[in-house]
Design a protein around this ligand. Structure first.
Ligand code: 6PG
Length: 258
């Protein structure tokens, strides 16, 4: 299934589209299956989406039927300023009625990153009731993309890109001299939907490499996100899309009524 590339006039409109998609997918999943499983993205971009869900959509979401996971995490304590969990908790989870037992953060208080990854993998295996060799199928995985084309904590030329069997790995990132914990590509590519939120001119070059070039995928890991049986939505603003050839864009959204 080819990716759906939605170009919005502004970052605010990216967040509005993403929020509407989140609400639609959540209510659809809950009505059909009684639950919605989502892996949240980290970094700074999604914070505005989380805040919008609180400010504008809180009453439209069945919070008690949503199960929250993370696509990746820095190897820092959950109350650390760099923690993706802390950002989501402050922007979203502390402001809506999500039962704590439905929030599955990555246990980064575990000093050994490999053990933390293995522990989260067991959490996923138990929650999704996986048999050996099976991968979880999230309803939605939210992703961002770095200026180098990384996504989650799948950085260029890192070991995690080659992982074919594990669900979660501790990925050593040389430039940070630190581990990052990340879902692996088999998990991401087993998702029913992946939605990328990409804004800002600093992402334009990488977005072109990922969406409109035949550059090596391990140089721009977001290229490797190709769900076998799922949808990919790229919600990007015009500045991030500035280097995309027009032929690669299916929809440039009309200016949305406020
Ligand atoms: C993280 C994210 C990472 C992020 C990109 C984009 O832990 O930082 O998972 O993949 O999505 O680096 O980050 P920004 O949204 O801050 O540009």
């Amino acid at each position: 299934m080819s990716p759906e590339i939605r170009v919005l006039a502004s970052s605010q409109e990216v967040f509005e589209l993403a929020a509407e998609e989140f609400v639609r997918q959540t209510n659809d999943a809950v009505s059909k299956r009684g639950r919605f499983t989502v892996a949240l993205s980290g970094g700074s971009t999604p914070k505005a989406l989380y805040q919008l869900l609180v400010e504008r959509y809180a009453a439209k979401l069945p919070w008690a039927q949503i199960f929250f996971f993370w696509g990746d995490e820095r190897h820092v304590p959950p109350d650390h300023p760099d923690s993706n969990y802390r950002m989501a908790k402050e922007a979203l989870l502390s402001k809506v009625p999500v039962p704590t037992e439905k929030v599955f953060r990555i246990p980064t208080e575990e000093k050994d990153a490999v053990r933390a990854a293995a522990s989260y993998e067991q959490t996923l295996r138990k929650f999704f009731k996986l048999k050996p060799g099976e991968f979880p199928r999230f309803d939605l995985i939210l992703l961002g993309m770095g200026p180098d084309g990384h996504t989650a904590s799948l950085f260029p030329h890192t070991d995690a890109l080659q992982e074919k069997t594990r669900l979660v790995v501790a990925n050593w990132i040389e430039k940070f001299q630190a581990y990052r914990l990340t879902l692996t590509l088999p998990v991401i590519n087993n998702s029913a939907c992946v939605m990328f939120l990409v804004t800002g001119s600093d992402k334009a070059a990488a977005l072109r490499e990922v969406l409109a070039s035949d550059s090596p995928a391990d140089q721009f890991p977001a290229k490797l996100v190709q769900p076998l049986n799922g949808k990919v939505i790229w919600a990007v603003d015009r500045t991030a899309a500035a280097s995309l050839p027009p032929t690669s864009i299916q929809r440039i959204e009309p200016i949305r009524n406020k």
